[in-house]
Design a protein around this ligand. Sequence first.
Ligand code: AMP
Length: 215
Amino acid sequence: MVKKRIILMGPPGTGKGTQAKLLSDQYRIPHISTGDMFREAIAKKTELGMKAKKLMDAGEYVPDEIVMGMVKGRLQQKDCKDGFLLDGVPRTTVQVEALKDITPIDAVIELETREDVIVKRLSSRRQCKDCNAIYGMDLQPKKKGKCDKCSGALFQREDDKEETIRKRLTVYQEKTKPILNHYQKQKKLVKVDGEQPIPEILQNITFILEQKGLA
Ligand code: AMP
């Protein structure tokens, strides 16, 4: 089986999580979201969660060593042997370097979305507290405040408030945007229009992976 070790990149709110979940079902490889891992740690009130919470609520990044320690442990698990979808990591040049020591990468997909579209999307985003399903302008739940899949309660992330969204976008431009060059040089980066409807984005990504001989 061809390995699919894929990174989904792009600013917060560009639809990485949504696409990663769809691709994860399609290819039966795990979706690894560092943001979701931190939110789980916060819900369980672990030491890691408590450290991450303050930074996350302020729209700041969690320190690289903490993130990459967690990612390394996750990628060593058995279910990652045929590949994985990284969502939200790497986010800094230090994380790119650390990832190199953990695993090769086969493709990097960048979802491009304009800033004003992101602010609108994120401020209407709701997430299921039980299964992490995401709802928003494109996908409304059938019953207000309840997850279609598992009936879990939907909540608004603290960091999806407008002021924090703007801060997160600034941090993305400063710290994460520069790392795209690294993958561009390696000819691993492919850009996809993140403003299309969800099924079309999925189709584009699937096509790209097929062309790269990964699917
Ligand atoms: P996300 O759900 O990917 O938008 O992540 C939510 C928040 O978790 C981010 O704004 C950061 O505070 C933190 N976080 C998630 N992944 C990383 C990472 N790779 N590096 C640093 N902080 C992260």
